[in-house]
Design a protein around this ligand. Structure first.
Ligand SMILES: Cc1cc2nc3c(=O)[nH]c(=O)nc-3n(C[C@H](O)[C@H](O)[C@H](O)COP(=O)(O)OP(=O)(O)OC[C@H]3O[C@@H](n4cnc5c(N)ncnc54)[C@H](O)[C@@H]3O)c2cc1C
Length: 420
């Protein structure tokens, strides 16, 4: 069901009659409310709070108390990270930066009254609202699959229990069994993510179940770092991985979670583990706020404000921003541009021209890291690439090891940039 603004406005009146307003300390200061404490939202909250020196009230709304990064969650599947390595909490944002961290779920945005309604019933006023809710799945994009099937056929595209479930299923596969991935259409979160996942699952199976097979049904003609992944699969896991692209029906897929079958263009595969990564769209609160085009939220590249409302900004995966891939690195980079612009708008502080960057690392096997990246600037109404780089096939082992080590440094850096 699509909630339009009118339906929501009714709901918000009811909620605000019933519940007190949530207020941060220091009335009279400009108020920034941020929905979603992930790569975009946590970064924006921290940068606005730290750079405004108490001049702005910052409220961060995030339902979970521990955020598990999707980045490096594939390395958990490969056995290179523990789940506890991926979990981060919000305590420092509250204690060191004075951010009002509210563990609740935003269910409505009243753009006229400038309030956000929470599932708990409270209403939170804002001067500027930043939405960084990540993704939700497009209903019906994989016939036979919906959220009620996610226990049998996990997506593991929001990290945490789903990732643990997928790993447990891989570890429990019968000898010589079949793992099937239903890969998503563009655009989606983390373009190399499904293929790094295949690499990490192949790495695990090579040790625990070397006669197992991996099949990818893929609706895309090509994908990020394809030549690097294909070379790596051949070198490390020869014969284990097969991909069916759209020319051979890889985009014509349905699943049956009750009997664990996958129908690929009329050919039915009996699978042991099925990882369904559905088509994606902006996290639902962006749609409820009325700032999406139906799927993603179009934004202005100078400051990440939405085309629909100059006081609502959208960061990260949920944004339709131009050339940047939907990645944690991108969301973090966009958040810093946005934080600088929001602070400038509210306090008159200096605003610097927007510049963005991104790098996506992937691990193919132990110490075999590859990367792709680019820099970006606003141009022609979008965030446009000004030039990029990508690892090459045939690189030597020392370079690949150094690339992997670089990614570990990046992970430490981005998580401390987000959570302090
Ligand atoms: C398998 C995998 C591997 C990846 N690897 C990499 C990588 O190596 N490098 C990289 O840069 N990126 C990687 N990514 C992508 C990266 O995780 C995302 O692009 C990034 O997290 C996007 O940030 P975000 O702020 O848009 O969303 P998120 O980080 O998902 O944060 C959204 C937050 O919003 C909260 N939320 C949602 N709705 C509401 C609501 N209504 N009210 C309150 N809170 C709400 C959610 O609980 C969540 O915490 C990977 C992704 C996957 C799936």
């Amino acid at each position: 069901m699509i909630l339009n603004r009118r339906i929501f406005l009714g709901a918000s009146v009811a909620a605000s009659l019933a519940a007190p307003m949530v207020r941060a300390a220091g009335h009279g200061k400009p108020r920034v409310v941020i929905v979603g404490g992930g790569a975009g939202g946590a970064t924006a909250a921290r940068y606005i709070a730290k750079d405004s020196d108490g001049e702005i009230d910052v409220t961060l709304i995030e339902p979970t108390r521990t955020y598990y990064t999707c980045f490096f969650s594939n390395l958990y599947l490969g056995g290179f990270k523990q789940m506890s390595d991926l979990g981060h909490s919000y305590g420092t944002l509250a204690s060191e930066y004075g951010i009002n961290v509210v563990h609740d779920y935003a269910i409505g945005v009243d753009r006229d009254a400038k309030t956000v309604t929470l599932a708990g019933g409270a209403s939170v006023p804002y001067d500027k609202l930043i939405l960084s809710p990540g993704i939700d799945f497009v209903e019906g994009s994989v016939p036979g699959w919906d959220l009620s099937a996610q226990n049998a056929m996990p997506h593991a595209y929001k990290a945490g229990s789903q990732t643990e479930l997928l790993k447990a299923q891989v570890m429990g596969m019968r000898e010589g069994g079949l793992f099937v991935m239903v890969a998503p259409p563009n655009p989606y979160r983390c373009p190399p993510g499904p293929y790094e996942r295949i690499s990490m699952i192949a790495y695990t199976l090579k040790q625990t179940n070397p006669t197992a097979k991996i099949l990818i049904a893929d609706p895309k003609e090509s994908y990020s770092k394809q030549a690097l992944f294909e070379e790596g699969w051949q070198n490390h896991y020869g014969g284990m991985v097969e991909r069916i692209g759209p020319d051979f029906g890889g985009g014509n897929v349905s699943v049956n979670a009750a009997d664990m079958t996958v129908d690929i263009d009329g050919s039915v595969e009996q699978a042991d583990v099925v990882n369904v990564i559905p088509a994606q769209k902006a996290g639902r609160i962006a749609e409820i706020a009325g700032v999406t085009d139906g799927n993603w939220a179009p934004v202005n590249p100078e400051d990440m404000s939405t085309k629909a409302d100059p006081d609502i900004y959208v960061l990260g995966d949920a944004a339709a921003q131009g050339d940047m891939p939907k990645s944690g690195f991108s969301a973090n980079s966009q958040a810093k541009v946005c934080a600088n612009a929001v602070r400038g708008a509210l306090t008159g502080s200096r605003v610097f021209p927007a510049k963005f960057s991104n790098t996506c690392w992937s691990l193919i096997s132990e110490n075999d890291g590859v990367k792709v990246g680019a820099n970006y600037e606003p141009a022609d109404g979008k965030i446009a690439s000004t030039g990029g780089f990508v690892s090459q096939t045939g690189e030597d082992a020392a370079l690949r090891k150094a690339t992997y080590e670089e990614s570990e440094g990046w992970y430490a850096g981005i998580t401390s940039d987000m959570f302090g």
